[in-house]
Design a protein around this ligand. Structure first.
Ligand SMILES: [Zn+2]
Length: 465
């Protein structure tokens, strides 16, 4: 945040350090412009406001993995104020999708500030190992209002936030890599009381589902104690996910007096110019994309939700639309059902597939033209992934696929019409629904070498509709 050390995960301990982040006497900090831009952009994505002037403050406390004995943070003039995180439906826990446990559409934010991270300590038998690589790396802290009322809302909040940060290009927000971390504060109150009870903080939450489990446990634990007349005191507890329990770490008596004061080494920042610059980078957010997919492209809600929620899937959809503008609905459905299904079964990642959007559009195009059926497109995908250098025409030929010629199609239509003269008469009598059934019969005979549209046309021509 204030030096030029590399910020990378998993390097040898204490290799990304310098006098500034190690807090050597006389070393002077320099602001990281990109970190500030990323924070202001995050604020814009979440509807925050940015004060015209923002400044840095020293938060004094001693901690073994913080070499300076103070953390450079932001106290009264953070980069972002207010805002909210919309709760996306596809981010609800799968077992709580329709439950009444999520009653809100968004969670209000208090502020977002930027500070430096601390190092990492690992406790081994008889010793503590310190790695300062992370010390001094930028840490964006997003603080929400006490607006979350259930464990499920907390789950949806983090998942939705994660999606927005990924789409915005702010962070990969991977909890396993420590790119997204979370502290949870839980306070209970009787239904009849307006102010909250003592604030209990939970630490060591390593996954979004652990956050949910920890909150569920902690609400029950506090409620049980309160019912027994045991008063809660402000404290910090450690969550043990394996045991499914929380343990007391410290109470308010040990709380720090941080003695915040304005950092004498860093001048306050005028934000106007950065705001103007960052505005150009605001991407379409998942909920805006969802709305466009449903309203403009008329995709069905489930497919639109899947496409808008997944960054690499929606990127693929958008680039394929460049080649296949005519039928976004069919394209969406092929992507979500066939292509994603194929990738899952074969443990392939869409983002690193050997075929690009143009080639995948050609596979989809072959379905549209009636050369192959949707299920046959899997065979084409498999063959093409084996031989990415070949072209679609050669592949279709090699696999024995191809559009039937007119005389072949007429032959199948003739067979179906002759065998079903009673049904043909019904169609002629006005039962148009049976025409679909007859089309199905032709499709069976054609074994994928035509498409329903061509088959129906040929049938209509044959029976004089
Ligand atoms: Zn450094």
């Amino acid at each position: 945040m204030f030096c030029a050390c590399a910020n990378s995960f998993g390097d040898e301990p204490n290799t990304n350090v310098c006098p500034v982040c190690m807090g050597m006497p006389g070393a002077l900090p320099t602001l990281n412009k990109f970190a500030i831009e990323q924070t202001i952009l995050s604020g814009m994505l979440l509807g925050c406001s940015t004060p015209p002037i923002s400044k840095w403050d020293r938060k004094s406390y001693f901690y073994p993995d913080m070499p300076k004995n103070f953390q450079t943070s932001q106290f009264d003039l953070p980069l972002c104020l207010g805002g909210e995180v919309p709760l996306y439906e596809n981010c609800f826990p799968t077992d709580a999708k329709n439950a009444a446990k999520i009653s809100k559409s968004s969670i209000a934010l208090t502020r977002i500030h930027l500070e430096e991270d601390v190092g990492k300590s690992t406790h081994v038998a008889g010793a503590t190992l310190l790695d300062f690589n992370r010390a001094g790396t930028p840490l964006m802290e997003i603080v929400s209002e006490p607006d979350i009322t259930t464990a499920e809302e907390a789950y949806a909040y983090i998942k939705s936030l994660q999606q927005i940060l990924i789409v915005g290009g702010i962070s990969d927000a991977d909890m396993e890599k420590g790119q997204l971390r979370c502290d949870v504060n839980i306070s209970l109150r009787p239904h009849t009381q307006s102010h909250y009870g003592a604030k209990i903080e939970l630490k060591n939450l390593n996954s979004i589902s652990a956050v949910r489990r920890a909150i569920q446990f902690e609400i029950l634990r506090q409620a049980e104690e309160l019912d027994l007349g045991i008063e809660q005191i402000q404290s910090t507890r450690r969550w043990d996910d394996d045991a499914g329990e929380s343990y007391l770490m410290r109470t308010k008596e040990d709380a720090h007096d941080y003695r915040y004061f304005t950092c004498p080494d860093l001048v306050p920042l005028h934000t106007a110019a950065i705001i103007e610059q960052v505005k150009q980078r605001i991407p379409e957010l998942p909920h805006q994309k969802l709305q466009r997919y449903q309203q403009q492209l008329e995709l069905n809600p489930a497919e639109a939700a899947l496409l808008s929620a997944d960054v690499s899937l929606s990127a693929m959809f958008e680039s394929m639309l460049g080649f296949e503008k005519e039928s976004p609905k069919k394209l969406a459905s092929w992507l979500v059902n066939t292509l994603v299904g194929y990738c899952k079964e074969n443990e392939l990642e869409l983002g690193t597939l050997a075929l690009d959007a143009k080639q995948l559009s050609q596979v989809f195009g072959a379905i549209q033209q009636g050369s192959i059926s949707s299920s046959q497109s899997r065979e084409v995908l498999a063959a093409w992934l084996q031989k990415p250098e070949s072209n679609i025409e050669d592949l279709l030929k090699a696999l024995g696929f191809g559009k039937a010629d007119d005389s072949q199609l007429e032959g199948w239509v003739e067979t179906v019409v002759t065998a079903n003269s009673d049904k043909v008469n019904e169609v002629l009598g006005g039962n148009e629904k049976l025409l679909n059934w007859l089309t199905g019969q032709v499709m069976k005979l054609a074994a994928g070498k035509t498409n329903p549209k061509l088959a129906t046309e040929a049938l209509r021509k044959r029976i004089g509709l």
